[in-house]
Design a protein around this ligand. Structure first.
Ligand code: MLT
Length: 245
């Protein structure tokens, strides 16, 4: 079963490393880098990467691989992209996997923060954003090697890509209508210690999608797939095998 996974902000596809190194049984993990991130093509200075564009990029990867339908999932910003993909082309989404994310759009204050993050990153690089995120990303027990690998990954990202994605997130619409219309299988996963997209946000999505399952992973913060890789892999494996569980 192919599973297309969109990464969070400001990471790369490498942030799925436990799944990529050891894919769950029966699962083909497809994890592209968003435009400008990792090994994807650079974006131009001052551009905006909308969630719709990132979703279309993911569909282009599926087309390239000659895959008609896949489970589509994402972590945090990747979840915004997965929700956008569900709106753009629900026929290609055989299941929806929403990980440490939310359906809400930004309010006015949130949009202003995105603009100031973009301006800061363009002027000074990713350092300030990364150091703020390092305070919030992890649960208390997150291993030191996971923390340092993620920090290094953030610091290596191109400032134009990060600014473009920050502006793009500000433009996303509320996913409420998309999720309440969606009738396919859906699993919602959240770290019990996630302070960026906390449990109540996960519950909202779970309530919007009828028949969805909610998985609260103890001991994980915002990066459940890295903080509790065995638990996360088991959820993906079960969902891919029997998406209605
Ligand atoms: C992420 O992890 O992708 C970001 O925290 C999402 C966001 O800033 O809304």
């Amino acid at each position: 079963m192919p599973v297309l996974l969109f990464h969070g902000f400001p990471f790369t596809s490498e942030s799925w490393w436990p799944l990529l190194e050891s894919p769950p049984k029966g699962v083909r993990v497809i994890a592209p880098d968003h435009r400008g991130f990792g090994r994807s093509e650079r974006v131009t200075a001052g551009s905006t990467s909308t969630m719709d564009q990132l979703a279309e990029d993911g569909f282009a990867v599926l087309e390239h691989l000659k895959i008609d339908r896949a489970i589509v999932g994402g972590l945090s910003m990747g979840g915004y992209v997965a929700i956008a993909a569900t709106r753009l082309d629900p026929g290609r989404v055989s299941g929806l996997l929403l990980v440490d994310t939310m359906s809400l759009a930004d309010d006015e204050a949130g949009k202003a923060r995105r603009a100031s993050v973009a301006a800061d990153v363009e002027a000074n690089g990713v350092v300030g954003l990364a150091s703020g995120l390092m305070q919030k990303l992890f649960g208390a027990g997150a291993p030191a090697d996971v923390r340092s690998r993620i920090e290094k990954m953030m610091l290596a990202q191109d400032r134009n890509a990060v600014a473009a994605a920050s502006r793009g997130m500000a433009l996303r619409s509320d996913g409420k209508d998309i999720l309440s219309r969606y009738s396919g299988p859906c699993a919602v996963v959240v770290g019990a210690e996630d302070v960026i997209t906390p449990l109540e946000r996960a519950k909202t999505m779970h309530e919007l999608v009828s028949g969805s399952s909610l998985h609260v992973v103890q001991g994980a913060g915002h990066l459940t797939p890295l903080e509790k890789p065995a638990e996360f892999s088991a959820i993906v494996e079960r969902f891919a095998r029997s998406p209605s569980l």
